[in-house]
Design a binder for this molecule. Structure first.
Ligand SMILES: Nc1ncnc2c1ncn2[C@@H]1O[C@H](COP(=O)(O)OP(=O)(O)O)[C@@H](O)[C@H]1O
Ligand SMILES: [Mg+2]
Length: 308
């Protein structure tokens, strides 16, 4: 069974086409990542699947229910966590969870038990009785995830669960997300980070201007993308020219006094590269692994257009 099926979904705001014939299939029990830059239409897609807004045309089924015809059944089967933390800062973590249990119609005893379990599982025991506004961003995000699990949903939507977090909190949230799926739920997440999709998802779809421009497993997607590169910088145009002559496979970027050398940059390759430069000294060496920019450049022929 598929947890999510989306067929030819469109949505426009005035003349701005946000979704332009979106098709998606997410098998039950898997983790799916919708990857795209800011403004690509990720939140719009999630809002349609979670019945918050209606599409202009096309259809979507979530947990077997048509989002347009059976919105109540869809809402009962899903949980949604937005980019902006949906918890009330004046309440404590425990109070927020109890409130969610009431909203989900859990009997009081079951609500108390579920709240205690989730506080334990998300490692929030020390702060659970303090107002959430005094918590760190990472703790709030963990509470947000815990809130989604109060009603035992079958499909969880996480809209950019780690945007704005520092790398350490991001890793902590990834661990929590991995835990979520162990119970057999389906996870639909959106992200701007190739690395995040790679770390968490069974399948990834790349969204560009409201359409899927590539999809597959993380391995399949990364195979479409060139490997990393090494950037060598030089002190003068003369040095850059001499280096470019010694390294024919590299592409010069004269405005940066830089040479871009394709490759994975293993220590051995790097040593070989510097040896081949001989007398010419690079003023700076930096290593780049492929990221969303490289994916976009390869698949769409242009850099991602970031909407700010
Ligand atoms: N309610 C709205 N009214 C007008 N434009 C909107 C509305 N919601 C989203 N948009 C526009 O649709 C585009 C996609 O937005 P969104 O789905 O939020 O993208 P993402 O979540 O990928 O950053 C953006 O250009 C945004 O400005
Ligand atoms: Mg968004």
């Amino acid at each position: 069974m598929n947890a999510v099926e989306v067929v030819a979904l469109t949505k426009a705001y005035g003349k701005k086409v946000v979704l332009d014939g979106l098709d998606l299939i997410v098998p039950a029990g898997t983790v799916f990542a919708l990857l795209g830059p800011n403004g690509a239409g990720k939140t719009t897609a999630v809002n349609i699947m979670s019945t918050l807004i209606r599409p202009d045309s096309g259809r979507a089924w979530v947990a077997g229910h048509d989002v347009a015809r059976e919105p109540d059944a869809v809402r009962d089967a899903i949980a949604l966590t937005g980019q902006f933390v949906a918890v009330d800062g004046l309440f404590t973590g425990e109070e927020n969870l109890r409130l969610m249990a009431d909203l989900r119609h859990l009997p009081p005893a079951a609500g108390r038990q579920r709240t205690a379990e989730l506080i334990e599982r998300f490692d929030l025991g020390e702060v659970a009785r303090k107002p959430v506004m005094t918590w760190s961003g990472g703790m709030r995000r963990r509470l947000d995830l815990a809130m989604t699990l109060v009603g035992s949903p079958r499909v969880i939507f996480l809209d950019e669960p780690t945007t704005g977090l520092d790398p350490r909190s991001r890793r902590a949230v990834w661990e929590m997300i991995r835990d979520l799926v162990q119970g057999g739920v389906t996870l639909f997440l959106t992200t701007q980070y190739l690395e995040e999709a790679d770390q968490l998802a069974d399948r990834i779809a790349l969204l560009d201007h409201g359409r899927v421009v590539a999809s597959g497993t993380p391995e399949e997607l990364k195979r479409l993308v060139p490997g990393g590169h090494v950037e060598l910088r030089f002190a003068s145009p003369a040095d850059l020219d001499r280096a470019a002559a010694l390294l024919p496979s590299a592409s010069p970027e004269p405005s940066k006094l830089a040479l871009r050398v394709p490759g994975e940059a293993t220590p051995a390759e790097l040593r070989d590269l510097l040896n081949r430069l001989g007398e010419v000294t690079a003023s700076q060496v930096s290593l780049h692994s492929p990221d969303l920019d490289d994916v976009f450049l390869t698949l769409t022929g242009r850099p991602e257009e970031v909407v700010r």
